[in-house]
Design a protein around this ligand. Structure first.
Ligand SMILES: Cc1cc2nc3c(=O)[nH]c(=O)nc-3n(C[C@H](O)[C@H](O)[C@H](O)COP(=O)(O)OP(=O)(O)OC[C@H]3O[C@@H](n4cnc5c(N)ncnc54)[C@H](O)[C@@H]3O)c2cc1C
Length: 533
């Protein structure tokens, strides 16, 4: 049995940043436990590999939600990374921070120190912005933030169509204003994925005070008299223990962190008792408050053959693009699939955007798993709701750690979410029907032309809505009865235990969640070090 100062559970976006910052001075010993394998797989590093990663059974947890009664009883595919880098090793690499108002809102809920002015320095500290430094961007951080080097002509047309439809252009969604349409910046370096592992962990693996164990599945925490003293994990089929002399930090993500707490006896009393788990500390909020960006695709067939499609021509393309990648590190192999998009208002009277667009230069459906549709030349436009009011939960199916948790996304449960998503579908159709995209438009594949009334669109939403992969909030930071951690991210009622990952967000931020999660970890590391200096 080994002892470390800090034991971190989960080597994902948050875990990698924590491992780097906590071990940086050399004064503290740190152990990072990751359930997945190391990240030595080309699918992770070559950006286009994301298509394979969504189907991977070894690098992706492949969660599915429970049958969702708000979505025609469909089980919603909920991928999560299972490797060093976590979801940052399988994600779409878009670098987005959200809106100033998101963080000011966290502060207004009683979370001192989390206003935008407090968190901006952390975003800047982590970032190496290839465009150079300014008021919003840093250049000295380990995480490379670049302009996408794959910009298909049809994505330029999408941007132009959105401008025709009345939306402004924006060259920096993380600058002075988020609103507008343009290209996302990406976490890539020299055309390769720059995951949290690549940026924060791999360069530091030679540190003597940092131990990283992969294929190490944490079963539960060791809690003695209200103090977290270590964890029990399974490695090579054997149960083992590791002791934390200073703190245990749970960074297993918004789905697994509440599962680990509940399996350890920390959670809603009724839920634990239902599964014969001894209640060590009743904490009602564990697993509650699940929020995710509900998303819907509109797909149109197009009369242009340079679009991505599974056609015989793709073989020739593949060869040409491979040569381009090897010689110039640009082209299709560096694609993040949705390089263009933006942030818009469903109503002009709103002060901030409430919808996000991701444009795909392919007839995509079902997370890219619908191979039949991908044989058609076409385009797809995602629209998601930035601040949903519906709330779901993460529960257990049993007290067995080997069983996936029970995910109830509960999307479209709130009437306001339905109303805004109906507007969103109309907006997407309007943009896709505007010039110049309209010139190659053949027909809408879905929603079908006849789907026009609010009621018909609502039915369409129930049959097609999905997650766009941003679950948060299941161990939320706050002061109310459902708060799991305080503003220092310490678990209420248990000593030497913090949760540091996307699960602590009290409310979902207005954008993709990787950069905000890394920011949370960087800020948490400073708080942890301040407590143990
Ligand atoms: C397909 C996809 C596309 C996305 N696209 C984008 C994007 O383009 N831009 C963006 O900003 N965000 C994107 N996201 C979201 C973003 O990547 C996540 O919000 C972020 O990575 C979450 O970080 P985390 O540290 O909370 O969790 P994770 O990064 O998921 O890390 C959790 C880690 O804990 C490990 N773990 C879990 N349980 C255990 C256990 N019992 N024992 C040991 N280890 C365990 C997991 O294997 C994992 O490595 C995407 C996500 C997905 C899945």
């Amino acid at each position: 049995m080994q002892t470390f100062d800090f034991v971190i559970i989960g080597g994902g976006s948050a875990g990698c940043v924590l491992a780097d910052k906590l071990s940086e001075s050399g004064e503290h010993s740190v152990c990072l436990l990751e359930a997945g394998k190391s990240d030595k797989n080309w699918l992770i590093h070559l950006p286009i590999g994301i298509i394979g990663l969504l189907k991977s059974r070894s690098l992706n947890w492949q969660f599915n939600s429970h049958a969702e009664n708000t979505l025609n009883n469909r089980e919603i595919f909920t991928p999560r990374g299972k490797t060093l880098g976590g979801s940052s090793s399988i994600n779409a690499m878009l670098y987005v921070r959200g809106q100033k108002q998101d963080y000011d809102h966290w502060q207004s809920l009683g979370n001192d120190g989390w206003a935008f002015d407090d968190v901006l320095p952390y975003f800047k500290e982590l970032e190496h912005q290839e465009r150079g430094a300014d008021e919003f961007h840093g250049i000295n951080g380990p995480l490379n933030v670049a302009d996408s080097v794959s910009k298909p002509a049809v994505s330029d047309d999408f941007i132009q169509s959105a401008i025709t439809a009345g939306y402004p252009k924006n060259n920096d969604f993380n600058g002075a204003t988020q609103e507008g349409i343009g290209y996302f910046q990406v976490t890539q370096k020299n055309g390769l994925r720059h995951s949290a592992a690549k940026a924060f962990l791999t360069p530091n693996l030679t540190r003597k005070n940092l131990t990283v164990l992969t294929q190490t599945y944490v079963e539960k925490l060791i809690i003695i008299d209200g103090v977290a003293t270590g964890v029990i994990y399974k490695h090579n089929g054997k149960l083992q223990q590791v002791i934390a002399s200073k703190e245990v930090i749970v960074s297993a993500g918004a789905i697994n962190s509440p599962q680990i707490l509940m399996l350890s006896g920390i959670g809603p009393k009724a839920e634990l008792e239902k599964h014969d788990i001894k209640v060590l500390h009743a904490l009602e909020g564990v697993g509650k408050n699940l929020q995710d960006h509900v998303d819907v695709l509109s797909v149109a067939q197009h009369d242009r053959t340079e679009l991505l499609a599974y056609r015989p021509k793709a073989i020739w393309w593949g060869i040409k693009e491979t040569v381009k990648f090897i010689t110039k590190r640009t082209g299709l192999l560096t694609t993040v699939i949705a390089e263009a998009g933006g942030f818009i208002k469903s109503e002009p009277s709103l002060t901030e955007p409430d919808l996000q667009l991701h444009f795909v230069p392919a007839a995509m459906d079902d997370h890219g798993r619908n191979n039949k549709l991908l044989c058609t030349y076409g385009v797809a436009l995602h629209v998601c709701l930035l601040r949903p009011k519906s709330r779901g939960s993460v529960k257990l199916y049993s007290n067995k750690s080997s069983q996936h948790p029970r995910i109830e996304l509960n999307m479209l449960d709130h009437e306001d979410d339905i109303k805004t998503m109906i507007k969103a579908v109309k907006i997407a159709k309007n943009i896709l029907s505007s010039p110049p995209l309209s010139s190659s438009h053949v027909k809408f594949i879905f929603p079908e032309e006849g789907c026009a009334s609010d009621q018909e669109i609502h039915q369409f939403l129930k049959s097609k809505c999905n997650t766009i992969y941003h679950p948060v909030g299941t161990c939320k930071m706050g002061q109310d009865d459902l708060a799991v951690v305080d503003e220092q991210l310490k678990v209420r009622g248990i000593k030497q235990l913090r949760v540091v990952d996307a699960s602590i967000m009290p409310t979902l931020i207005s954008g993709n969640t990787n950069a905000p999660t890394m920011m949370i970890a960087a800020k948490a590391a400073d708080m942890i070090l301040a407590d143990h200096c």
